[in-house]
Write a protein that binds this ligand. Structure first.
Ligand code: FMN
Length: 169
């Protein structure tokens, strides 16, 4: 797929089929993630966790629902969640996450998979989330944001967004 087509086609998907994303496809997504820029080139201050375990996914959803009192599923019943974690204590961790997750979303789009950036639930649960101890993260690393990925039944047409732009000439 041409790059412009990937850019046009990328939209957030929040409904997935039960079909498993293959390990081979996950590796392609991780390869795209590893090609992302990271502030100061500090790749060793970042971690990625591929979560397929339905119990851990349910735990994240329950923790979010219990904390917020909301009933919505913030992970959209996904069976694949790639979580970005960082040991940085600066805002750069959010920018790092943005670059990594966007690379994953664009690659997923090119592969015909749906994806959606997930910051809300991870941010709401924060560093004290009980699920974090089950992620086997190295000391000092905490989840920042993630991305749900899956097969989709039907394509969402490209969305037209506009960021108001001014020109200083
Ligand atoms: C930093 C960031 C955080 C986001 N967090 C969430 C989230 O927690 N849940 C969600 O459903 N969508 C989330 N999104 C997706 C946006 O809502 C979505 O990209 C935006 O509405 C534009 O729609 P589109 O992606 O379909 O073009 C996030 C996007 C970004 C860039």
């Amino acid at each position: 797929m041409l790059f412009d087509q990937v850019i046009d086609k990328r939209v957030s998907y929040r409904k997935f089929t039960d079909e498993k994303v293959s390990d081979e496809d996950v590796n392609k997504l991780l390869d795209a993630a590893n090609k992302s820029p990271i502030a100061n080139g500090a790749y060793d201050e970042c971690r990625l966790t591929v979560i397929r375990d339905k119990d851990i996914l349910s735990e994240i959803v329950s923790e979010y629902q219990n904390l917020t009192g909301k009933t919505k599923d913030p992970l959209f019943d996904t069976n694949l969640f790639i979580l970005f974690s960082s040991k940085k204590d600066t805002n750069a961790k959010y920018e790092d996450a943005g670059c990594v997750i966007e690379n994953i979303c664009l690659k997923a789009t090119e592969m015909g998979l749906g994806s959606c950036y997930i910051r809300g639930a991870i941010n709401s649960i924060g560093k004290d989330g009980k699920y974090i101890e089950k992620l086997s993260l190295d000391e000092g690393f905490y989840p920042v944001s993630g991305v749900v990925i899956g097969h989709v039944d039907s394509e969402i047409p490209p969305r037209k967004h506009e960021i108001k732009t001014n020109f200083i000439v």
